[in-house]
Design a protein around this ligand. Sequence first.
Ligand SMILES: O=P(O)(O)OC[C@H]1O[C@](O)(CO)[C@@H](O)[C@@H]1O
Length: 484
Amino acid sequence: MGNYIPPSSSSLGSYAILAIFQSHHQNAKVDIEWFSSRREEELNKKITFDYSGATPFFSQHELDFLLPQIKQAHEMIHKRTGPGSEYLDWVEWPLTYDREEYERIKQISTIIREQADVLLIIGVGGSYLGARAAIEMLCPAFYNQLPRAKRNGPEIYFIGHHLHSDYIAQLLEIMQDKNVYVNVISKSGTTLEPALSFRLLRDFLEKKYGREGARTRIIATTDRKKGALKQLADLEGYETLTVPDGIGGRYSVLTSVGLLPMAVTGIQIDEVMRGAADGVELYREAELADNSAYQYAALRQLLYRKGKTIELLASYTPSLQYVAEWWKQLFGESEGKDGKGMFPASIQFTTELHSIGQYVQEGHRHLIETTLWIEESAVQVTIPSLEDNLDNLHYLSGTTFHEINEKACKATIQAHVAGGVPNLKVSIPEASPYYFGQMVYFFQKACAISGYMLGVNPFDQPGVEVYKEEMRNLLNQNQTIITR
Ligand SMILES: O=P(O)(O)OC[C@H]1O[C@](O)(CO)[C@@H](O)[C@@H]1O
């Protein structure tokens, strides 16, 4: 698979590695040629945005009217003049990230890959969705079930993103005989779900390995200076990684928050960052015509203003399920405020064409569909030719599943557009770390532009505090009852 490097194979993942190949391999010239043609291909084959499925729903002059707003949103980001501008460090981050910390991520991930049977990732929202999105998109589908020799790292499990006791108990149960490492990720250090899970896991690790053994198996990714987790980590002497001050949780996937878990599974983080760095340049242009991320932002805003209040992110591969979850948080927390914002939802095709597809085709017309399509599949599975034709499917013999999926995507877009659902299509050339990085940046930039065009602060989430406050009140009442 292009994205996932099995333990025994080598790959030209970065310029640095290329240099090593140049000096050590007789056939370096071939490698250089391979790399430059790969680079050329990448620069030609970028993520594409196609809005032909939306053009029946608006006139050109409506888009033209938005041009000044797009320019203004662009300046608010690049000159840092908009609300929430203290959280704009993600804009240049793929170029400016802390190299020292990045090297530590690689060192820590190497230790975990060598020592651990299992890495538990504790976090919620932006503190786990990006890592999970990358792992599900880029690692083999049944990663945890693969024999160790075929995996490039330990098994990975997520915890701290809900409060369901059966899941927690059953996860601890399968940890009993394994060598367990924990990466606890929380920017604030006070979010209840991950904090409670970490309390449980600390207890589990200390009982299993003693306090010292537990200490060497915990990596805390948190604020540089403040918060309960930071204090605890300093006190116990845990290895710590940083969530940068100027980057909010839902924009943090390209920091240690996402990169350590990715690196532990063998995903080439150099490639992720290279893709994101290309994204910075590709989506830096102020002109709408030259910037597909801005086109996506502008089109969603235009359609929202015409009554399309729900956006469905539709994918045709199960491995994008958590990309959709990450995207939902990105757009939902950024735009859903002040009584405004499109509701971001996700839909899994072709599966849901046989359930909720009915609604999309003929239900209330407040939907837009954004198709997230991966152009190449890593493995080809061909429909076999059988002697009998009892299923009447002989006409498809020799066709690949990917080819049929492509037809399904095309047919669905045509049907839904005809049914009154505007379609926007984001195509990713392949499911590789490079394009994962570029895709993350595409959506982050589009989200910030779209949020400013909507007239909200895309970098705060005051609404989330309301639930937290109610929860604190209830738990404190509970404490009073218990202590009485
Ligand atoms: O990293 P933290 O501070 O635990 O926050 C996790 C998530 O919780 C939220 O604050 C919402 O509760 C998100 O914005 C954030 O991504």
